[in-house]
Design a protein around this ligand. Structure first.
Ligand code: NDP
Length: 349
C-alpha cells in the first residue's frame, strides 16, 4: 500500500454530515431518522469522540441491512404522569426519539421541577452527552443512562452480564458558557475503544478486560471474547447495576443480558431503553426562581469549578470536547483510510 493510501482521509464537518446522510439515504432511512443520526455522528466527530463518530456508521447500517432496526420509524410520545413522559422509538434509532422527546421533557421539568423521559423500544449506539448537554443548554440539570449487551462481568464474576452502561450528567452554566458535562461508561472503557485498539493492532491497558478464563489481558481480541471490567471494581459494578435497573426494569425495557439474548449479532446497536432525568434548578435552589436566586446557584457552582481549575493539571469534564469543538471547524477531522474505504462502499448502497 502506498503511503498516500495509508494516510488518513481528511474531511470537513460538513462533509462528515453529508457523507453520513448519503449512506443513510442509500439504506432507506427516512429523512428524519437520517438527519437525527447524522447530527449525532457529526457532533461526535466535531468533539473528537472518535468511538461514536463515523466509526459507528457501519454498525448502524448493519442493523438496517439485517432487518433489525426500522429505518423509517416514527417515535411516539405518551404522557404517563405529570412528571413522566415516555417516547416509544418504534424500533428505530435513539437519536430521533430523543429529539422528539426533548420538548415534552423540558416542559414537564419546568412545570414540575423534575421530570423523567423513558425512552423505550429503541437502538442506542451513541454517546450520552448530546442529550444531557442539550437539556443543560435549556437551563436544566440532566442525567441519562442506558444499557447495552452483556460485556462487563459483575464484581467477582468472569462472565459478561452488564452492558458498558454509560452515565452522563450535565450542569448548566451562565454567561454564555457551555454546560459542564461528564459522560462515562461504567465499564473501565467503552467497548468501541477496545474495538478501535483491535482495529489498530494496539494492546489495551491492563484493567480494561479479562480473557475467557478470567485472566487479566492486554490483547483486545481476548478481552472482547472474555469480559470487560467495571471501572473501580465493585463500585463501578454497582453503578452498572443501577443503570440496568433504571434503563431496564424501571421504564419497562430490556436488561443488557435480555438485549443480548435477542440480538442477531449483526454488530450494530442492541435494543434497549434509556432513562433521562431533568431537574429545574430554579425550582430547587432556595429563591431559585428570582434573578437573584438564579445568580446564586450558578455562582455557587462556579465557585466549585473555580477551585478545581486553580489546581495545576485539573480540568472540567467536557473541556476537552469543547476545545475540539473550537478546533475541528477549522482543521477538519481525520479518519483511518480503511474506515473511509468502508464508508465509500456503504455510500454505494
Ligand atoms: P472517557 O473515559 O473518555 O471520559 C469520561 C468522562 O470523563 C468524559 O466526560 C471526559 O470529558 C471526562 N474526563 C476524562 N479525562 C478527564 C480529566 N483528566 N479531568 C476531568 N474530566 C475528564 O469516556 P468512556 O470511555 O468511559 O466513554 C466514552 C463514551 O462512550 C461516552 O460518551 C459514553 O456515553 C459512550 N458509551 C455509549 C454506550 C452506548 O451503549 N450507547 C455504551 C458505553 C459507552 P472529555 O470528553 O472532555 O474528555
Amino acid at each position: 500500500m502506498s503511503s498516500s493510501m495509508s494516510e488518513p482521509a481528511r474531511l470537513t464537518l460538513d462533509e462528515v454530515h453529508a457523507l453520513a446522510m448519503e449512506i443513510f439515504d442509500a439504506h432507506g432511512l427516512s429523512r428524519d431518522q437520517a438527519t437525527a443520526v447524522a447530527d449525532t455522528v457529526a457532533a461526535a466527530e466535531r468533539d473528537d469522540c472518535k468511538s461514536h463518530g463515523l466509526f459507528r456508521v457501519p454498525g448502524y447500517m448493519a442493523s438496517v441491512k439485517s432487518g433489525k432496526v426500522t429505518p423509517d420509524a416514527v417515535p411516539a410520545v405518551r404522557d404517563l404522569a405529570p412528571g413522566v413522559a415516555r417516547v416509544d422509538a418504534g424500533n428505530g434509532f435513539a437519536p430521533l426519539a430523543l429529539k422528539v422527546g426533548r420538548e415534552p421533557l423540558v416542559a414537564k421539568a419546568r412545570a414540575q421541577g423534575i421530570a423523567v423521559l423513558a425512552l423505550v423500544n429503541g437502538y442506542h449506539f451513541a454517546a450520552l452527552w448530546p442529550e444531557t448537554e442539550a437539556l443543560a443548554e435549556r437551563g436544566l440539570v440532566a442525567f441519562a443512562c442506558t444499557g447495552y449487551i452483556p460485556c462487563v462481568a459483575p464484581a467477582g464474576g468472569i462472565r459478561p452480564l452488564y452492558g458498558t452502561n454509560p452515565i452522563a450528567f450535565a450542569w448548566p452554566r451562565g454567561e454564555g458558557r457551555p454546560p459542564m458535562v461528564f459522560d462515562q461508561a461504567t465499564a473501565a472503557c467503552a467497548r468501541g475503544e477496545i474495538m478501535i485498539h483491535e482495529r489498530d493492532g494496539k494492546p489495551i491497558p491492563e484493567g480494561w478486560a479479562i480473557d475467557p478464563d478470567g485472566n487479566p489481558t492486554t490483547d483486545p481480541a481476548a478481552g472482547l471474547a472474555g469480559a470487560q471490567l467495571p471501572f473501580g471494581g465493585y463500585k463501578g459494578a454497582a453503578l452498572a447495576l443501577m443503570v440496568e435497573l433504571l434503563a431496564g426494569a424501571l421504564i419497562g425495557d430490556l436488561f443488557s443480558y435480555e438485549a443480548g439474548e435477542r440480538d442477531n449479532g449483526d454488530g450494530g446497536p442492541s435494543k434497549g431503553g434509556e432513562f433521562v432525568l431533568a431537574i429545574d434548578p430554579a425550582r430547587c435552589a432556595g429563591g431559585g426562581e428570582s434573578a437573584d436566586g438564579r445568580a446564586a446557584w450558578l455562582a455557587h457552582a462556579e465557585s466549585l469549578f473555580g477551585k478545581i481549575l486553580e489546581q495545576d493539571g485539573a480540568r472540567l469534564p467536557s473541556d476537552r470536547r469543547y476545545a475540539a469543538r473550537r478546533r475541528t471547524p477549522i482543521e477538519g477531522i481525520a479518519i483511518p483510510r480503511s474506515l473511509h474505504d468502508t464508508l465509500m462502499e456503504l455510500r454505494a448502497g
